[in-house]
Structure formats: C-alpha cells, structure tokens
Design a protein. Structure first.
Length: 150
C-alpha cells in the first residue's frame, strides 16, 4: 500500500461521514459496508480485497470474503473506487478515481500513481476510422537497478 498526494480527486472520507458518503451514492449502510468503506476511504491507497478483509476483521467487524468482494465491486460500479488489474491473479482497489496510471515495483510490490499529463500516447495503429480512444489504463512494471542495501 502506497499513498501519493500529488494527484487530486481521491475519495477520502472522515469516519464520521462514511454513512452519509454511502447514502450519497445510493448505498444502504450495513455494518459490514461501513467498516469496509472506513478502511478503504480513510486515505489514498491501493488495497486488495484480502487487505480489506484483514483490516476489517482486525477492527472487530466479522465479514466474509464474499461480502468484501461484493462491496468493493459495488463501490467500483458506483464510481467510488477504481479497480486496477495488476495481473490475472492480482487486483487492487484504488481510492483515487481520477484519471491516472500506475508504476508497480515487481520486487517490492510497491505501487504508486502517475499523473497522466506525464504520459504521451503515440498514434495507435489499427484504430478504425470511426473509433477514438476513450481512455487507457497503464501499469508500468519496474525493478530496482540496485539492491536496497547498496
């Protein structure tokens, strides 16, 4: 989990405002949804469903893995979270819903945001005459060139 305050439009919500936040997105506030939202929206972060499940259960609210997945998918559907597919077996949920990309350090697992203004997309071959690019999600996978102890 990495935070980056350089990119605006993250969904950050104070714990006392979580119920109102869910209601503003037409989501009923169950105890489990409140706990999941509080964990996910307290800071800008990239978390897996397993991370959220662990946090919520450690905070004393018992939820099932299915409830966590269903709630996170609901938050994505409502535009409250972004789903970031790192690879076919790893998906993270991002509290920053603004247009941005990611750098993933494959050695450390650290993920950080990239402002899209820093990425220039060249012309795309094969684009049809009546097609335009609506958007794209970029995950740059990097490795360290030196070990941390160097």
């Amino acid at each position: 989990m990495v935070q980056n305050d350089d990119i605006p439009n993250q969904m950050l919500v104070q714990p006392e405002n979580i119920k109102e936040f869910l209601s503003s997105h037409n989501i009923n506030s169950t105890r489990q949804r409140l706990a999941i939202a509080e964990s996910m929206f307290r800071t800008q972060q990239h978390l897996s469903a397993e991370n959220i499940l662990e946090q919520v259960n450690l905070n004393g609210v018992q939820v099932s893995k299915a409830t966590v997945y269903n709630t996170l998918r609901l938050f994505v559907k409502k535009g409250m979270l972004r789903e970031v597919v790192i690879d076919p077996l790893r998906t993270l949920f991002d509290s920053n819903v603004s247009d941005h990309h990611h750098i993933l350090n494959v050695q450390t697992g650290e993920i950080r945001d990239i402002d899209p203004i820093n990425i220039n997309l060249p012309p795309v071959p094969g684009l049809g005459p009546n097609e335009k690019i609506e958007g794209f999600d970029l995950v740059l996978r990097v490795t360290n060139t030196t070990s941390p102890s160097d």
